[in-house]
Design a binder for this molecule. Structure first.
Ligand code: NAP
Length: 255
């Protein structure tokens, strides 16, 4: 089935675009006509995504940059690079960069707690702030920020108190930025995936994944495309009256 073209002439930035959900989002947005800025800490994987993007529409221009979303200097440099490549700032930003450093609370190191909070929570803060500032500076309203949270932020998960805290924090960040940025026509929403097959979940033993799949009412683990489709909807004008929302993409887990 041909994808709809809802994002023609839209410039979209996707963090974590070199892998998993972020890569699927880049593919989906480019098929919908967006020009995509692929951002990842790993430049090779960002470039691999860049090579695989759709270029079917005239004027579609994609780019890949390396950045560490947890570092303000790196995000500042990223925005300068974008400014030198494109005539206007991105109006869509999807924050998908994220990590896990799992361990039980009684053993979890301070370093593992800090690194997960820095990348998963401070990263979306820095990107949202930078993109929103750039949009506001144009004097022209309009934009959509989509943060990838997790169902784990709502329900918790053994061995993931750092990750669950970061993902719960994302929802508070998003609801607040939604309130503050509404007057600039910038919508902010969170997507809460359940268990999605990506390199992140490749670390989980197969028998554990099989157990999780058995708990999902729809009977399977999610695919990155299941999440990307919802991100494309939230990026597009089809979701024009939705802001501050959290949308679960879990196959019905934890309802
Ligand atoms: P993934 O395949 O590991 O992709 C994450 C990407 O982010 C990787 O390319 C990673 O690079 C990059 N990254 C890591 N640290 C970064 C940094 N400081 N700056 C920029 N990029 C960085 O994971 P995924 O499963 O697609 O996860 C995407 C998002 O969905 C994450 O926020 C995750 O928490 C969330 N999520 C995933 C699931 C799931 O089941 N997969 C469920 C709920 C939520 P490296 O590989 O080089 O580290």
């Amino acid at each position: 089935m041909a994808a709809s073209i809802r994002l023609k002439s839209m410039l979209a930035l996707v963090t974590g675009g070199g892998s998993g959900i972020g890569r699927a989002v880049c593919h989906r947005l480019s098929r919908e006509g967006a020009s995509v800025i692929v951002v990842d800490v790993n430049l090779q994987s960002a470039n691999d995504t860049l090579q695989s993007l759709s270029r079917d529409l005239p004027g579609q221009q994609h780019a890949a940059f390396t950045a560490d979303v947890s570092q303000s200097d790196s995000v500042r440099t990223l925005m300068e690079q974008i400014q030198s490549c494109f005539s206007a700032p991105p109006r869509v930003a999807i924050n998908s960069a994220g990590i896990t450093r799992d361990d039980f609370l009684l053993r979890l190191s301070e370093e593992s707690f800090d690194s997960v909070l820095s990348i998963n929570l401070k990263g979306p803060f820095l990107i949202t702030q930078a993109v929103a500032r750039a949009i506001v500076a144009t004097g022209q309203n309009g934009g959509s920020i989509v943060n990838i949270g997790s169902i784990v932020g709502k329900v918790g998960n053994l061995g993931q108190c750092n990750y669950a805290a970061s993902k719960a924090g994302i929802e508070g960040l998003t609801r607040t930025t939604a309130k503050e940025l509404a007057k600039f026509g910038i919508r902010c929403n969170t997507v809460l995936p359940g268990f999605i097959s990506t390199p992140m979940t490749d670390k989980v033993p197969q028998k554990v994944l099989d157990k999780f799949a058995g708990m999902v009412p729809l009977g399977r683990l999610g695919q990155p495309e299941d999440v990307a489709d919802v991100c494309a909807f939230l990026a597009s004008d089809d979701s024009r009256y939705i802001t501050g929302a959290s949308i679960e993409v879990t196959g019905g887990l934890h309802m």
